[in-house]
Design a protein around this ligand. Structure first.
Ligand SMILES: [Zn+2]
Length: 148
């Protein structure tokens, strides 16, 4: 539900030139572009978030964020990819879908107590509201709907 004047801004790093952009998720359908290099910031697929950007892009986001914690060597994590693509495409502008490589984000993974992957966590207003461990597509789809 849209609240008038509600802030739905998210800070995201451009995947082409690494510039930080403030993106208005309410205008996600208008295909936002990077303020510097003008390349598109694609919100209809999971965005890779680094450890450095986790707080500003996930915890300070103006929309709920679904985070897929994965690693390249993890086979079940690969099964997660099409599902996260689908959720990102269906809820563009309302839920931010991101992925975090736990091998490259040991502090974030440690602080959240992530012990096995894939783990998917829903954040709202900076706080964890729900967590799913392992590939459990029904639970993850439910989490995405809860976020709306
Ligand atoms: Zn750029």
């Amino acid at each position: 539900m849209d609240v008038p004047g509600e802030r739905r801004k998210v800070t995201l790093r451009c995947s082409f030139c690494s510039t930080l952009n403030q993106v208005d998720m309410a205008k996600a359908a208008e295909r936002p572009r990077c303020g510097k290099c003008r390349k598109p910031i694609l919100l209809d697929r999971p965005l890779r978030i680094s450890e450095e950007d986790f707080d500003r892009s996930v915890r300070q986001a103006g929309v709920p964020v679904l985070v897929d914690f994965y690693a390249d060597w993890c086979a079940p994590c690969r099964m997660m990819a099409p599902l996260m693509d689908q959720i990102a495409g269906e809820h563009v502008g309302r839920v931010l879908v991101v992925k975090v490589d736990t091998d490259r984000a040991p502090s974030v993974a440690g602080a959240l107590g992530i012990q096995s992957i894939p783990t998917v966590i829903l954040f709202s207003h900076g706080r964890e509201v729900r967590r799913s461990v392992g590939f459990d597509s029904q639970t993850i789809k439910k989490m995405a709907l809860e976020a709306l």
